[in-house]
Design a binder for this molecule. Structure first.
Ligand code: KIV
Length: 271
């Protein structure tokens, strides 16, 4: 049910095969070796070292202050705890604002951190940066929809793409990013039908967080499913500790629910 049943490393090729076979991809964030090892053991397909660490680990209000050195430090730990899952790392705010920084910092995530794919948030960014990363052989995931690094532009964490114009723009952006070489797309806080349309058009895996069930896979923030900050969990995250009992069981239940298409239900999705 996971990307591979043996202990071989999960690769982008495996994730594409899951998309093509209609098997859902499961992912959670992790920020250290211990949690990464638990996720790895549960059959997780990939692990994201997200800049959400600024909020859930460092206790900050936003992801804005997170630095590239901090992401590298946490990626190194996650890589040490992981044998099988693919490891993705976030390019934090302003670490990819020009082509030189983008290439340099993406390379650092891979060379120093050990990441196998980098993620960047799509905004006013030039599409040519995704092409340059691709030309340099750096696998890229493009994050669309609600992009938390732009929180001060939005003013609040809100569902994106509800109006016809913004929905069309997201569909066009997703296509352009894939044409530029993006290996994966990640949709955050997007209405179910829009996410379904983008996924149907896409030739690469589309992962959702608050994007409904009709995408190729699901990702959530680990601390949310473990209810580590009670009262702060987002509307689209489920508390798996409530039924799991132990951390390992909670993580395994999440993977099983995703693979069996039991998560997310309408309660955790947006119309
Ligand atoms: O930083 C992060 O954890 C993320 C997820 C919300 C997808 O980008």
């Amino acid at each position: 049910m996971s990307a591979q049943n043996d202990s071989k490393k999960v690769t982008l090729r495996d994730l594409n095969a899951l998309k093509n076979s209609g098997t859902k991809i499961a992912s959670l964030t992790a920020y250290d070796a211990g949690f990464a090892a638990m996720l790895d053991k549960s059959g997780m397909d990939f692990i994201l070292v997200g800049d959400s660490l600024g909020m859930v680990v460092q206790g900050r209000e936003t992801t804005i202050p997170v630095t590239i050195d901090e992401i590298i430090y946490h990626t190194q730990m996650v890589v040490r705890g992981t044998e099988r899952a693919m490891v993705m790392a976030d390019l934090p705010f302003m670490s990819y604002s020009c082509a030189k920084d983008c290439l340099n910092n993406a390379a650092r995530l891979m060379k120093e951190g050990g990441a196998e794919i980098v993620k960047l948030e799509w905004g006013a960014l030039e599409i040519s940066m995704v092409s340059r990363l691709t030309e340099c052989g750096i696998p890229v995931c493009a994050h669309l929809g609600l992009t938390p690094q732009a929180i001060y532009k939005y003013g609040a964490y809100r569902v994106q793409g509800r109006e016809e114009k913004t929905a069309k723009q997201m569909i066009d952006d997703a296509r352009a990013l894939e044409e530029a070489g993006a290996d994966m797309l990640l949709l955050e806080c997007v209405p179910t039908n829009l996410a379904a349309k983008i996924t149907k058009n896409a030739g690469v895996p589309v992962i959702g967080i608050g994007a409904g069930p009709k995408v190729d896979g699901q990702i959530l923030v680990l601390y949310d499913i473990l209810d580590i900050w009670p009262g702060k969990r987002t509307r689209f995250s489920k508390n798996y500790m409530a039924e799991g009992g132990t951390i390992q069981k909670a993580v395994e239940s999440f993977v099983t629910d995703v693979k069996m298409c039991r998560f997310p239900t309408a309660e955790y999705s947006f119309e």
